[in-house]
Design a protein around this ligand. Structure first.
Ligand code: 5GP
Length: 190
């Protein structure tokens, strides 16, 4: 997606060869026009799929997931990293390891908001080692949902996540695929 690649080149900060900071338009401050175009690109890619619900992980996946949900007119659910004490019903829960924070955390989704046979698109900001995505997919499969596809804003293709997801047979749509990056240099897979 050209405008996304251009924005990453212009506004992204390459912290090191593994970590890209995009908090001026995606992860902290959010560019609503760009996110809207991202959501429309996902909508177009998944146009032949039946979709009942969009699922994401708090917090950075929420913006693109929300706008995709708006365009598809379906609910959006985000997995929580902590269980609030208002969540009395059962939860599906799994532990994942965070690449950026270098520590484990829990993913939680209430059994109220994910049901057997629901058709799901999972959306997230980054795909790196695939831990977060695979953890989320495990919960969705445990709930008996049908995973129609995975929408990723930025895939770091030099890490193992994308290959793992494709090897499992999932339909993966990554809008910007980074082949390689280093200080002042970034190359995308077209
Ligand atoms: P994974 O579990 O695939 O290794 O990493 C996915 C999660 O880690 C994403 O949801 C994102 O929050 C975070 N992440 C991974 N790589 C990066 C990165 O280069 N930059 C930022 N800002 N977050 C990342």
């Amino acid at each position: 997606m050209q405008i996304l690649e251009d924005t990453i080149k212009k506004k992204g900060i390459i912290i090191n060869e593994h970590v890209l900071k995009v908090d001026s338009f995606l992860n902290h401050q959010i560019d609503p026009n760009l996110i809207d175009q991202i959501a429309l690109a996902f909508k177009d890619y998944f146009k032949h799929k039946k979709v009942d619900k969009i699922i994401t992980i708090e917090s950075s996946g929420i913006a693109p997931a929300l706008l995709l949900g708006l365009h598809l007119q379906v609910p959006v659910v985000f997995m929580k990293k902590a269980i609030p004490n208002t969540l009395h019903e059962g939860v599906y829960q799994t532990e994942v390891f965070s690449f950026t924070k270098q520590k484990s955390y829990l993913l939680n989704i209430s059994k109220q908001y994910i049901h057997k046979n629901e058709h799901i698109i999972f959306v997230d900001d980054f795909l790196a080692s695939g831990e977060a995505c695979l953890g989320a997919l495990t919960l969705l499969q445990e709930a008996g949902a049908h995973i129609e596809g995975i929408g990723i804003v930025i895939e770091k293709s030099f890490q193992s996540g994308a290959q793992k997801i494709k090897d499992l047979g999932f339909d993966l749509c990554s809008l910007a695929k980074i082949k390689t990056m280093s200080k002042n240099y970034i190359e995308f897979i077209s």
